[in-house]
Design a protein. Structure first.
Length: 302
């Protein structure tokens, strides 16, 4: 069974009163892996999830899609018996990432089946998902520039002024595109975090800015595999998120050369920061999970 959490080594970066500090430390991230759902032996959909309670997940999905009405409609739900071969070892392994559901009425199938890229082997894994992304990518991630952490914090602090819907409802995510010197070009909102990212990249496409090799993507949500994929497809070398990253997002970023900064907080956020006072412009903190060399830490007092 897949793991629920994964341990990683990160670089913790903090600026307090204009002074830069950093340290290496361990951290836990939530695991994200693909689940290939098959209905009566036919490919249905591929979803990203945290392993565990997969039978419940599949039942809920099928019910929401109107493919089953009660538990009596399902005869069997089990992981595929096939296996993948471990790299270099030659040993077979079941990834527990493929589940087939047999229904009482074998003719039950959706009107439209979502198409996705995967191998025909019964044992889809995160590596296959990353390979598919790399194959589709047109823009290699460049590593020819560095950014001052204070520049990232200043860019993040500018986003709130563009979150007009969030200020009224508190119920939407935001995505923003900023230049390497911290100038925010566009902010978009949506109830779906992936939709907000699509809007930002869609704006860049309309402006003929791709590849976005001189830009950073900032999201108000966590960094999932899909958001990392969208950033890579646009050639973005730096992804900054306010919340946590998933394991598959980090594996993807590590593979393609993208820096991921998470748990990003800027000066003045929260009651504790307001009571403390004394924060200077550009103060903040964040964890750097992949490719920390893209951040200029030369002035750090670690």
């Amino acid at each position: 069974m897949g793991r629920i959490t994964q341990s990683r080594k990160i670089t913790s970066v903090r600026i307090r009163d204009g002074r830069l500090y950093h340290a290496e430390k361990p951290d836990l991230v939530a695991v994200e892996e693909p689940l290939d759902v098959r209905l009566n032996g036919k490919e249905l959909t591929l979803t990203m999830r945290t392993p565990g309670n997969d039978v419940e997940l599949v039942h809920g999905f099928l019910h929401a899609e109107g493919l089953i009405r009660s538990r009596e409609d399902v005869l069997e739900a089990r992981y595929c018996d096939g296996a993948v071969v471990e790299d270099d070892s030659g040993f077979a392994r079941n990834t527990y990432n493929v589940m087939n559901v047999k229904t009482r009425d074998a003719r039950v199938m959706p009107l439209a089946i979502r198409q996705f890229t995967q191998t025909s082997a019964c044992g889809v894994c995160g590596k296959a998902s990353i390979d598919a992304v790399v194959t589709k990518g047109r823009f290699p991630i460049t590593d020819d520039w560095r950014v001052d952490p204070a520049t990232i914090f200043r860019a993040v602090s500018q986003i709130s002024s563009g979150q007009q819907v969030f200020s009224k409802t508190g119920g939407v995510h935001a995505a923003a595109l900023a230049t390497r010197d911290g100038r925010v070009l566009v902010v978009r909102e949506d109830v779906g975090r992936h939709n907000a990212v699509d809007k930002v990249i869609g704006w860049a496409i309309a402006e003929d800015l791709l590849p976005l090799s001189e830009h950073m993507l900032i999201v108000s949500s966590r960094a999932s595999f899909e958001i990392t994929q969208k950033a890579y497809m646009a050639g973005i070398p730096l992804l900054v998120c306010v919340s946590a990253p998933s394991s598959l997002a980090l594996d993807t970023a590590e593979r393609v050369g993208m820096s991921v900064c998470a748990f990003t907080r800027v000066a003045g956020e929260g009651d504790a920061a307001k009571k403390r006072g004394g924060d200077a412009p550009g103060d903040g903190r964040m964890n750097v999970y992949t490719h920390p060399q893209r951040l200029d830490l030369s002035g750090s007092e670690s």
